[in-house]
Design a protein around this ligand. Structure first.
Ligand code: ADP
Length: 158
């Protein structure tokens, strides 16, 4: 049975912190489905289509990663794509309390288990909201946004 995890989030925008969680999650699962959550009650900076496209471009050619937008509950989305796991990143105590409550509820309602990875320390203060704020004031945010790996970088990792 294939081990599939969903990595759900708003990803508005997808940052180097998110990319690090995906990369570190890959050895744990056969497939990661990045779920771009669409909340019609919340205004977003980038449209769902823009967010999906940006993440797809980043991982084009990697058959272990799919990008899908969803509007329903994360556990229903997980069930739809055949995932038994939810992958999330933990930056702080604040994240911990929030994640614990949701993970418990998700486990109870669906049996889907949440796998949490601690953020690498140098990414712990990076959030989509900080990146959005900087962009709104015209600051350069390229350091916070992931870029596609070149073929040479991919080859040296293998
Ligand atoms: P949400 O609105 O669901 O919190 P986000 O897009 O903000 O969505 O985050 C998605 C996931 O990525 C969450 O698990 C969050 O903790 C994690 N995450 C966000 N920023 C970072 C970071 N800098 N390092 C590691 N994980 C992160």
């Amino acid at each position: 049975m294939k081990k599939i995890a969903v990595f759900p989030g708003s990803f508005d925008p997808f940052t180097v912190g998110h990319a690090s969680i995906v990369e570190r999650g890959l050895p744990l699962f056969d497939e990661i489905v990045i779920g771009v959550g669409v909340n019609e009650r919340k205004r977003s900076f980038y449209s769902p289509e823009e967010r999906v496209r940006a993440i797809e471009e980043l991982y084009a050619g990697d058959s272990r990663i799919r990008v899908v937008s969803y509007k329903d509950l994360t556990i229903d989305f997980a069930r739809r794509v055949g995932a038994r796991f939810i992958l999330r990143g933990l930056r702080s105590v604040k994240d911990f309390e929030y994640e614990r409550d949701i993970a418990n509820m998700n486990q109870r309602l669906s049996g889907v288990e949440t796998v949490l990875l601690f953020t690498e320390p140098h990414f712990s203060s990076i959030s989509s909201s900080v990146v959005r704020e900087l962009m709104a004031f015209g600051k350069d945010v390229t350091d916070f946004l992931p870029r596609r790996k070149s073929r040479r970088e991919e080859a040296t990792e293998e």
